[in-house]
Design a protein around this ligand. Structure first.
Ligand code: MN
Length: 481
């Protein structure tokens, strides 16, 4: 029987609050000069007293509700003691026995199979200072110290790297929908730890933790590496040590950080400076009522209501702003423009432009109304598909409405017989050879002549009309001869 991995995850997510977890310093530290956003509380100076950030509690409960968790009626903050230079107090304020949320789940879908990954707990804590090691010394920036940090712990319910990738992707999407986390991994807003054991089905493996993973890629690459490493050991009849690993990003391998014997004892105890919190059920219900429609529910609705494929629905709902743009476009769509057409142009052309110019949908100056106005021209045959793409690009750059761009560029499709007939006649006169072939019944040459008409009109001829006029002109000549 083959070996299979069992994987659990811990995700640390910084909360998008204005101030830090226990003081009034700004939590938006990224662009600030080092150590410019600090005070006695986050520096851990003696006598400084922490105050709980209500918005951070709110964001954590909102997340717990979105992850189908039970919300605590009483919760508490604890001190997690360990010495490290990035922790000026010598302890981190975290939650131990009474986390804000527990016993939830997040649904994922891999290869058409839906699975619920159980969430053990979601708790609230504070981020540490940032250590930067340079040659000969280490630099400490306390701006990050005390930034609200949410920890989301899953049960070991995942059994493949694909499931893990889907889990973190879904989770990031949910957090961004809720507006509680930026999802910006390059700035460390989401950090990951995984635990993985490999065993034959029904047997128990040895759990190995991998810490300090800062991207989806680091998560999946380190898991692939670690699963292969454990499998190799087991196949040789060896036994896997219970250790904590780090991930070497450059060399792409895990390395041992500490063994089981060295596992730290954090001596958790309730923080005497902070009161236990009692959560009013009515307040929790108020937050529940504020939950937006979440990505997976939205994707299912798009498939049901608009007949979109699972793939397109997934692409449209991954980001809330994209989903909102799509829904606004559907709501504004005139007759002849359906959701499927909007989906195709949005995920095809518009996404292509966004990727090429590194823009997010928020930075695109096109309104949903202008997009469907453009699509209406294409659907009605007033604009060719190729011209439509050209117009969209100009709209993308300038934000001008489509009618204006079409007029300025003279792109309106030629659907007027009187205007197109002379062009067709001219093309036939200039191409006597192909015309003779056409008259001899060689239909394929029609495509060449169509191409000539398109060229003469810079792609603006209505293709159906051009084809009909060509055939009619040929028929007239056939009869005349
Ligand atoms: Mn933690």
């Amino acid at each position: 029987m083959p070996y299979r991995p069992t994987i659990g995850m811990e995700v640390h997510a910084q909360l998008l609050t204005r101030s830090k977890m226990f003081c009034g310093c700004s939590a938006d530290y990224w662009a600030a000069p080092p150590n410019s956003q600090v005070c006695p509380v986050d520096l851990g100076l003696p006598g400084a007293l922490p105050v709980i950030n209500a918005r951070a509690v709110e964001a954590t409960v909102l997340t717990g509700l979105a992850l189908n968790c039970e919300i605590a009626s009483v919760t508490r903050f604890d001190r997690k003691n360990y010495p490290y230079p990035d922790l000026p107090k010598g302890y981190q304020i975290s939650q131990y026995e009474l986390p804000l949320c527990r016993n939830g789940w997040l649904e994922i879908e891999v290869d058409g199979e839906r699975r619920r990954i159980r969430i053990r707990r979601v708790h609230l804590e504070e981020d540490t200072a940032k250590l930067t090691h340079v040659e000969g010394c280490s630099l400490l920036d306390f701006n990050r110290a005390g930034v609200p940090l949410m920890e989301i712990v899953s049960e070991p319910d995942m059994h493949s790297v694909d499931e893990v990738r889907e889990y973190v992707t879904q989770l990031r999407s949910v957090l961004r929908y809720l507006g509680v986390n930026s999802g910006d991994m390059e700035k460390g807003a989401m950090r990951f730890e995984v635990n993985v054991s490999v065993a034959r089905e029904g047997e128990r493996g040895t759990k190995v933790e991998i810490k300090n993973l800062n991207s989806f890629r680091a998560v999946t690459r380190s898991l692939e590496y670690e699963i292969a490493r454990q499998t190799r050991i087991l196949e040789r009849g060896g036994h896997v040590e219970q250790v904590t690993m780090g991930w070497d990003e450059d060399r792409e391998l895990t390395f041992e950080q500490r063994s089981k014997e060295e596992a730290p004892d954090y001596r958790y105890f309730p923080d005497p400076d902070l009161p236990p919190l009692t959560l009013d059920p009515a307040w929790v219900d108020g937050l529940r009522a504020r939950l937006p429609e979440l990505p997976r529910a939205k994707a299912e609705r798009y498939q049901r209501e608009y007949g979109l494929s699972a793939y397109d629905a997934g692409v449209l709902t991954a980001e809330r702003a994209v989903a909102e743009f799509f829904e606004a476009a559907v709501a504004a769509a005139p007759a002849g423009v359906d959701a499927k057409m909007i989906s195709n142009w949005l995920t095809g052309e518009l996404f292509r432009l966004m990727r090429a110019r590194e823009r997010s949908i928020e930075q695109v100056p096109i309104t949903p109304r202008d997009l469907v106005a453009l699509l209406e021209m294409v659907a009605a045959g007033r604009l060719t598909g190729a011209s439509g793409k050209e117009v969209l690009e100009e709209m993308f750059v300038t934000g001008r409405p489509p009618a204006e761009v079409v007029a300025a560029r003279g792109l309106a499709q030629i659907s007027d017989e009187a205007a197109l007939r002379p062009v067709v006649e001219k093309v036939l006169e200039e191409n006597p050879g192909p015309l003779a072939e056409l008259l001899a019944g060689k239909e394929p040459v029609l495509r060449f002549l169509m191409g000539q008409v398109m060229r003469a009109t810079r792609g603006q001829a209505n293709p159906q009309l051009a084809q009909r006029l060509l055939q009619e002109a040929a028929e007239r000549r056939r009869r005349a001869s």
